[in-house]
Write a protein that binds this ligand. Structure first.
Ligand code: HEC
Length: 207
């Protein structure tokens, strides 16, 4: 019985392999006549690296935290006149008890640009082409900032903190980040110096 079934499996496998070979030959003939060639998708299919970068910034939600908000009919909305300029430098952070925040959750300003939690308070960076943004940054810095999670993308700086350290942008590949950087260099410059982060010592690990 076992022998029969083994033979049957071998026969079936041979039949399948020969069918595949026939299919392949058929495909070969078709492609030769219709001249279908594989295409290399450059810039994610967009016309230029900058356009691809703009698209990535839009769909990856960089504006959510890096663009201040203004009040609209349905509540806060992105103030695109200050696109990607980060936490408004002059805006006071709401008074809070950092220990309570660490225990109970997070505090976020209505601009979505300042975040307080167990790590302290961080302010979304100015990503515009201004010198107070990424205007003087080199591409390598931008890649290091996100891939190695280093503030300013420099060695010997503090680690990038939440929520940025948890963002999917840190998982992007070099080409995607280079496209975003190329786009950010073309953004209208907005002068805005971001307050320094107020970091707390790391909390004790949960028992
Ligand atoms: C959930 C909010 C949030 C989102 C979404 C977000 N960021 Fe950030 N980002 C921050 C905060 C807050 C900081 C400051 C972190 C710190 O001080 O360590 C920051 C910092 C950065 C820095 C480091 C700036 C510096 O001076 O070192 C870069 C670069 C950056 N963000 C790029 C991006 C890009 C590109 C996107 C979209 C793909 C994005 N961020 C989406 C909140 C966010």
């Amino acid at each position: 019985m076992k022998r029969i079934s083994t033979t049957a499996i071998i026969l079936l496998a041979v039949a399948l392999i020969s069918t595949q070979c026939t299919d392949e030959k058929k495909e070969d003939t078709t492609s030769a006549t219709s001249e279908v060639k594989p295409t290399v998708a450059q810039f994610g299919g967009f016309d230029s690296q900058v356009k691809w970068g703009e698209r990535l910034v839009t769909i990856c939600g960089c504006n959510d935290c890096h663009t201040p908000k203004k009040m609209g009919p349905n509540g806060p909305e992105n103030d695109m006149s200050k696109m990607l300029s980060g936490h408004p430098g002059q805006m006071p952070t709401p008074a809070f008890d950092s220990k309570e925040a660490a225990k109970k959750g997070l505090i976020v300003t209505q601009t979505f640009t300042s975040w307080t939690g167990p790590w302290g308070t961080t302010y979304a960076a100015n990503l515009t082409s201004d010198s107070t943004g990424i205007g003087n940054w080199k591409e390598e810095q931008f890649l290091k900032a996100l891939h190695e999670k280093k503030w300013m993308g420099l060695d010997n700086t503090r680690p990038l903190m939440p929520p940025m350290s948890m963002m999917p942008a840190t998982e992007m590949n070099d080409d995607e980040l280079k496209a975003i950087f190329a786009y950010l260099k073309t953004t209208p410059p907005v002068k805005n110096v971001i307050p320094e982060a107020a970091l707390l010592p790391p909390p004790a690990p949960a028992k």
